[in-house]
Write a protein that binds this ligand. Structure first.
Ligand SMILES: *Cc1c(COP(=O)(O)O)cnc(C)c1O
Length: 354
């Protein structure tokens, strides 16, 4: 073990916050005064710096531009009424980030940089965490390959960064979803479980096609039979069938292990609802719908928390849901938001105090 790298801090002279309102901000367009940056070179992390938010300068031959060694995370920080700041389950994202790093042949980032750097950065930009209900500070840690070289091999140098973006409430409108039968997001042995940039690029076409026929997103299916359900867009998915919450299991490595997925599963179980992690097919879903047993369908993710699905289309089957009758998803959404906004006790130790 090498000693924890020191974090050098350079502060802005005047905060941009003075000329801004943090209310009803669009997602991911405004960034705080500071960012964290660290370099990986000769097998070690160095130059760990918190400095004014600023552009990066690279050669056109930057490895990340060409061969896709780029991974990221999405986390949120909140402020309670006393002004204290908390990060929601950052260690889960830390663990997942390093899983993604290993899969992409990138170096792992030590806790002293990922967690401690994030803590210091947020502490410095704490006044950027919107205090209003359902507002938060979105945290985007990411890593890119920085060799300037066109040969295809894992880069030898990398940059790790954290940027922060205050966001307003994300009122995800209930979605219309079409079940994907042509494109594939992830296959066994692939990179579906890792949060790498290419997964997003590769999935945009399916969403674009769905948009053309009036659907918001797709429900991904397996690569071989287009039958086994995976995720909805870039969110995990839950189906409430006859009072049991079913979510696709992770074992094939085709599903991103969402922190919200885990939080929602925990809260469902504590509310007395059985949760089953298993394979589930579109045929089972259609049968359940026909039998009047498919009660609620929703996506889970950090940005939206829980996004309701009001319509699901597969071939000529159109399954529609009366959201006014839903009890479970709204209750879990409120519970989770109450925990994150510090309105109720954090009995799971999910809130990491800055
Ligand atoms: C990030 C992501 C999720 C949601 O994960 P959370 O940890 O809940 O934010 C789900 N699916 C995909 C493909 C993702 O990239």
């Amino acid at each position: 073990m090498t000693a924890a790298p020191e974090i050098n801090v350079t502060k802005v002279e005047t905060s941009r916050l003075k000329s801004m309102s943090l209310e009803n901000l669009p997602f991911g367009r405004v960034f705080t005064d500071h960012m964290l940056e660290a370099d990986y070179e000769n097998g070690e992390w160095k130059n760990v710096e918190i400095k004014p938010y600023q552009p990066l300068l690279f050669e056109p031959s930057l490895a990340a531009f060409h061969y896709g060694q780029a991974i990221f995370e999405g986390i949120k920080a909140y402020r309670n009424e006393e002004g204290e700041a908390f990060i929601f389950r950052p260690y889960d994202n830390f663990t997942r980030f390093n899983l993604s790093a290993e899969r992409m042949c990138m170096p792992v980032v030590p806790e002293e940089i990922f967690i401690e750097g994030m803590r210091q950065l947020i502490d410095l930009d704490k006044s950027w965490i919107p205090a209003k209900k359902d507002h938060s500070l979105y945290i985007r840690p990411f890593m890119i390959a920085t060799d300037s070289m066109l040969g295809v091999r894992p880069s030898e140098t990398y940059k790790f960064l954290i940027i922060l973006s205050p966001t307003g409430p994300y009122f995800a409108a209930p979605m219309k979803i079409s079940v994907e039968e042509r494109y594939t997001r992830a296959a066994p042995g692939g990179v579906g479980f890792s949060k790498n940039a290419g997964n997003y690029g590769g999935s945009m076409m399916a969403a674009k096609q769905a948009n053309k026929s009036g659907y918001d997103q797709v429900l991904w299916t397996d690569a071989f039979e287009h039958k086994w359900l995976q995720e909805v867009g870039m969110m995990n998915v839950f189906f409430l069938i006859n009072g049991v919450a079913v979510t696709p299991s992770l074992e094939e490595g085709t599903i991103l292990k969402g922190v919200t997925r885990d939080s929602v599963a925990t809260l469902l179980q504590e509310s007395g609802i059985k949760v089953e992690e298993r394979r589930i097919s579109i045929d089972e879903l259609i049968e359940a719908y026909k039998a009047g047993q498919l009660q609620e369908v929703f996506g889970t993710g950090t940005a939206a928390t829980i996004a309701y699905i009001k319509e699901l289309k597969y071939k000529d089957h159109v399954m529609q849901f009366d959201l006014d009758k839903w009890k479970v998803a709204p209750a879990i959404r409120n519970l989770l938001n109450d925990i994150r906004d510090c309105r109720i006790a954090d009995t799971h130790n999910w809130m990491f105090k800055i």
